[in-house]
Design a protein around this ligand. Structure first.
Ligand code: SAH
Length: 315
């Protein structure tokens, strides 16, 4: 999954296959910029401070966020160094057309200094392992010559129905552990938005999208976007074990509404011609409504233990 996605993001324009929250409405990135500004204040306005985005795609989120930071917190805009963690060279080029930044291939390369980290639909792209319940234990599922094979039986483990699938993303836990270490040692906060259940669940959530439609994940590796649901509860446990404080996960719709999604959308819409105004309002609804992206997507923050709950995480 890791290699297939690396090839996919290097060679395809992923936005031909799917869209994401920052591409749906500029207000999404603007609210995250405001979130970063409020968080910086709560941190005691450290300088220097590093603003990092993981998996920035086209750079839309970060350029919308920076525009808002410059407006609401010019001192932060002045103080911050921008870091983008991006594995794809072609997406780096697209991002470089929008913002000036330092690029990194891995979160481990981020500076060990106060930081604010944003990540939208990053964790879901990281590879997962799958284990399958077989008789009195679990086997690991591998891909071999384009097919799933089951190997390495381990007896015992958690009880589950025959055939139940247990997913685990070592990469996602590694990312979260690295970010937590920085936040705990040097101060700061991180915000992850992604889709997945708030509670850990069994189930095969691996999915592929090719040419904008559902596809078989094993067919034509490197030509489809592979994702799996994010195990927020499991990641939260990793944050706590690393000494960080977890906020959420809460539904994205609630988080964005608390940050002012509808107020900002109305304000923008009033300055636009009717068709554009209606499109902005529909976009906000899509991000927030439970039946669209408002409930399946979650927001979860990691903070230094002495920081109070970040914006959007308390009523
Ligand atoms: N945040 C963006 C893009 C989401 S797509 C948006 O909301 O539109 C996932 C992004 O993560 C892409 O930029 C992809 O190239 C990057 N990515 C995926 N796996 C990665 C990895 N292992 N290391 C670094 N970047 C990765």
């Amino acid at each position: 999954m890791g290699r297939a996605n690396a090839a996919y993001y290097a060679q395809h324009d992923p936005y031909r296959d799917f869209t994401t929250a920052p591409e749906i409405s500029q207000v999404f990135g603007e609210l995250l910029g405001a979130w970063a500004a409020v968080t910086w204040e709560a941190m005691g306005r450290p300088k220097p401070v590093h603003l990092a985005e993981l998996g920035p795609g086209r750079g839309t989120l970060i350029s919308d966020a920076l525009r808002t930071v410059a407006r609401v917190a010019p001192a932060l805009r002045e103080a911050l160094d921008l870091h983008l963690v991006e594995g794809s060279r072609s997406l780096r080029r697209v991002q470089a057309e929008r913002v000036q930044a330092e690029w990194h291939g891995k979160v481990e390369e981020l500076p060990r200094e106060p930081c604010i980290v944003l990540a939208n639909e990053f964790l879901d792209a990281l590879p997962v392992r799958q284990r399958v319940r077989r008789g009195p234990g679990w086997v690991e599922r591998w891909v071999e010559e384009g097919m799933f094979v089951e190997r390495d039986f381990t007896p015992g483990g958690m009880e589950a129905a025959e055939g139940a699938v247990l997913e685990f993303s070592e990469e996602a836990h590694r990312v979260v552990r690295e970010i937590t270490a920085r936040v705990v040692e040097h101060g700061g906060a991180a915000l992850f938005l992604d889709y997945g259940a708030a509670e850990s669940r069994l189930g095969d959530t691996l999915q592929a999208i090719r040419d904008g439609a559902w596809a078989n994940p094993l067919e034509r590796p490197g030509h489809a976007d592979l994702t799996a649901h994010v195990d927020f509860a499991g990641l939260a446990e990793t944050v706590r074990r690393a000494g960080g404080c977890v906020h959420g996960p809460i539904p994205q719709g609630i988080f964005l509404a608390r940050l002012g999604l509808f107020q900002r959308t109305d304000q923008l819409a009033r300055t636009q011609p009717p068709a554009r105004a209606a499109a902005l309002i529909r976009a906000a609804q899509r991000l927030a409504e439970p039946d669209a992206m408002g409930r399946l997507f979650k927001a979860m923050a990691i903070t230094h233990p002495e920081l109070s709950a970040p914006a959007g995480f308390s009523p």
